[in-house]
Design a protein around this ligand. Structure first.
Ligand code: PEP
Ligand code: MN
Length: 299
């Protein structure tokens, strides 16, 4: 439960909207509902979710699942539905903005083969039914952060949801979207922070670095509520050599978990090839993150 101390931290606009009853559930987010990822309890234990940006084929997703597990992670994440920045008209071996329903079938097999839970994106309410057996934890992507028909539909069901921050989202908008998710039966929700709009002054040199990491939002959310915060250093940096530093920093700032893109052959990833890391790099981040967590907890 949110401590009175946290509610006492509210001031200005947040206090006003709390007193108006608009963000009640978020600020009183009940950690005793135990949003678990594998054996980890989010908000208490440090959790790791990793995998390729998208499901590419059967062999690749099964080997990725096993490697993610060996690296010490708690869940496999890979997209079956991929909202691409530009419409992808080409059908590459069954991959057209993801492998879609075929990708869901492969995720189910990867889950059976590895024993890992599956995190994957759902883009609209009609996909919810389809993912019933394949997805354990639903990801709402950045592009759908304020898709209220999707959020309202998700609030009516109980599968845990990880909501990714819109690249434009303020703290109020984050709390508002979370409140919407928590307005019905859904009890297990986490926010996933990723890069935001800004204009990194180095983007002309490192062209894939499109976003600002905004680590301070982890601290801002922690200041006002207990909602678990997951950080995605892959979609924060866009560049594989930057991922480790931002991942560890996010844990030091209080992130309760990380979502990291890792691939058997990173530069050959069908989607997001510039930010994918190898499984051995992933393992290194996992191991170092425990020290980072101790630094956070010692504050
Ligand atoms: C993803 O997680 O692969 C993804 C598309 O992320 P985002 O929604 O943050 O762009
Ligand atoms: Mn991606």
């Amino acid at each position: 439960m949110t401590t009175p101390n946290k509610l006492n931290n509210l001031s200005g606009f947040l206090k006003e909207i709390y007193e108006a009853g608009k963000i009640n559930k978020v600020l009183n987010y009940d950690l005793s509902n135990e949003f678990k990822i594998g054996n980890k309890i989010l908000g208490k234990d440090l959790a790791f979710i990793a995998g390729p940006c998208s499901v590419e084929n059967k062999e690749m997703i099964i080997s990725s699942a096993k490697a993610v597990k060996l690296a010490g992670c708690d869940a496999l994440r890979a997209g079956a539905y991929k909202p691409c920045t530009y419409p992808v008209n080409k059908d590459v071996d069954g991959w057209k903005e993801g492998m879609r329903e075929k990708g869901l079938d492969l995720l189910k097999i990867a889950k059976e083969e590895s024993g890992l839970e599956i995190v994957s994106e759902v883009m609209n309410p009609s996909q919810l039914e389809l993912c019933h057996d394949s997805i354990d934890i639903i990801q709402v992507g950045t592009r759908n952060f304020q898709n209220y028909s999707l959020l309202d539909e998700l609030s009516l069901q109980e599968k845990p949801v990880i909501l990714k921050r819109g690249t434009w989202a303020t703290l109020e908008e984050i709390l508002g979207a979370l409140e919407r998710l928590l307005n019905g039966k859904l009890k297990k929700v986490a926010i996933c922070l990723r890069g935001v709009i800004g204009a990194p002054p180095y983007r002309h040199i490192f062209k894939s670095s499109r976003w600002q990491p905004d680590l301070m939002m982890i601290q801002a959310i922690k200041e006002v509520c207990d909602i678990p915060v997951i950080y995605d250093p892959s979609h924060a940096t866009g560049k594989r050599s930057f991922v480790k530093g931002i991942a560890i920093s996010a844990v030091i700032c209080g992130a309760d978990g990380l979502i990291i893109e890792a691939h058997p052959n990173p530069p050959k990833s069908i989607s997001d090839p510039d930010q994918a890391i190898s499984f051995s790099e992933l393992e290194g981040i996992v191991n170092k993150s425990f020290n980072a967590r101790s630094i956070y907890l010692s504050n």
